[in-house]
Design a protein around this ligand. Structure first.
Ligand code: GLA
Length: 394
């Protein structure tokens, strides 16, 4: 009996030591590029390697983008040993070759699979092959895995993703684990222990309505996010053509305020100057990448007009004024009051109220410090636009 108990304890200790996620990855929201939003199933070695080149030559790498991720459709079947088979026509040199190339550019490489029997595009999924696939990914040099939720029938989400987490951990290569479960089983409540980011909604589309609707659904999720564990409102559509430049600025600002992963979804080889100036706005990116890892909370909600606040390290903060409506709005903004706003644990504000006189207020799209003659000023907000300010310690 005694022996049995100590055996049980030993097994328990063994499992709790081995079954975990990797620490020290994705301590700030992951930044990168993914093929799906623009290219869907049209992926190939040429495309991915070209995108890695463009990530460097466009300045995206210098701005902080790091992961080059292939989404669905790179895989075609399994061989007689159950090994996943790469599409040979599209990836003639295999996946390790692509990974090595991406790494040679100083970037990291990500791939996609699915917790069910098939991916969303009907390619072989990971079900029943978790440990085998994890070893394959480690061997190829994969750094990031997006794991989808199609064709999972009666599977339990938490157990399925935990199984893959354990497989990745057992394979021994630190891999950012991106859960793509669309928010169905409320992953924010359990995925902090399982992965590094989890989708909170269905897929984004390249339109204002889709983007703002997804944004609205993030409102109560701030307390679940933090270093190593992020709510994922889906990849960026900036530069794909379905929104105006102003709307894309709003999209990007909101994702930065949310401490969302910044995974570009456009063609990095063909970017307009406007797209570049949005995706590479380093001051807004710094809000996203802030080491405190707080997700913004909504401090004032007047329906169409909202004020969002994100607490930053060093007792600084970012404030975003959002006009969701189709009309221009003129709002009276009290900067002294904004400085004082605080909110508790897990929220977006600061613990202690700030004194406006200790701070410079900077407009992160104008790239200018603002001069305040009065502490309250009228601000014009065009339809679908934002103002993003940072309170910077003097
Ligand atoms: C799902 C995901 C998308 C994308 C596609 C690929 O819809 O949510 O992000 O990965 O599958 O088939």
């Amino acid at each position: 009996m005694k022996r049995q108990i100590s055996f049980t304890i030993a097994v328990f200790i063994f499992l709790s030591v081995t079954a975990q996620k990797f620490d020290n990855i994705a301590r700030t929201p992951p930044m990168g590029w993914n093929s799906w939003n623009k290219f869907a199933c049209n992926v190939s070695e040429t495309l991915i390697m070209g995108m890695a080149d463009a990530m460097v030559s466009s300045g995206m790498k210098d701005a902080g983008y790091e992961y080059v991720v292939i989404d669905d459709c790179w895989q075609v079947s399994r061989d007689e040993n159950g090994e996943i088979v790469v599409d040979k026509e599209r990836f003639p040199n295999g996946m390790k070759h692509v990974a090595d190339y991406v790494h040679s550019k100083g970037l990291k490489f990500g791939i996609y699979s699915d917790a069910g029997s098939k991916t969303c595009e009907g390619r072989p999924g990971g079900l029943g092959h978790e440990y085998q696939d994890a070893r394959t990914y480690a061997r190829w040099g994969i750094d990031y895995l997006k794991y989808d939720w199609c064709n999972t029938t009666t599977q339990d989400a938490k157990s399925s993703y935990t199984n893959m987490r354990n497989a990745l951990f057992a394979a021994g290569r630190p891999i950012v684990f991106s859960l793509c479960e669309w928010g169905t089983a409320k992953p924010w409540e359990w995925a902090g222990e399982v992965g590094n980011l989890w989708r909170t909604t269905g897929d984004i589309g390249d339109s204002w309505n889709s983007m703002i609707n997804i944004f609205t659904q993030q409102k109560d999720l701030a307390k679940y996010a933090g270093p190593g564990k992020w709510n994922d409102p889906d990849m960026l559509e900036v530069g794909n053509g379905g929104m105006t430049t102003e709307e894309y600025k709003t999209h990007f600002s909101l994702w930065c305020m949310l401490a969302a992963p910044l995974i570009a979804g456009n063609d990095l080889q063909n970017m307009t100057p406007e797209t570049k100036s949005i995706l590479m706005n380093k001051e807004i990116i710094a809000v996203n990448q802030d080491t405190l890892g707080r997700q913004a909370t909504c401090w004032r909600d007047n329906g169409d007009y909202q004020i969002w606040i994100k607490g930053l390290a060093n007792n600084e903060k970012a404030v975003c004024l959002l006009n969701k409506s189709d009309e221009k709005k003129t709002v009276l903004v009290d900067f002294s009051l904004l400085a004082q706003v605080r909110s508790g644990r897990g929220g977006g504000g600061n613990r202690a109220p700030l004194k406006l006189e200790d701070y410079t207020v900077r407009d992160l799209w104008e790239h200018k410090d603002i001069t305040l003659k009065e502490t309250s000023v009228y601000v014009d907000l065009l339809p679908h636009t934002v103002k993003v300010y940072r309170f910077i310690k003097k």
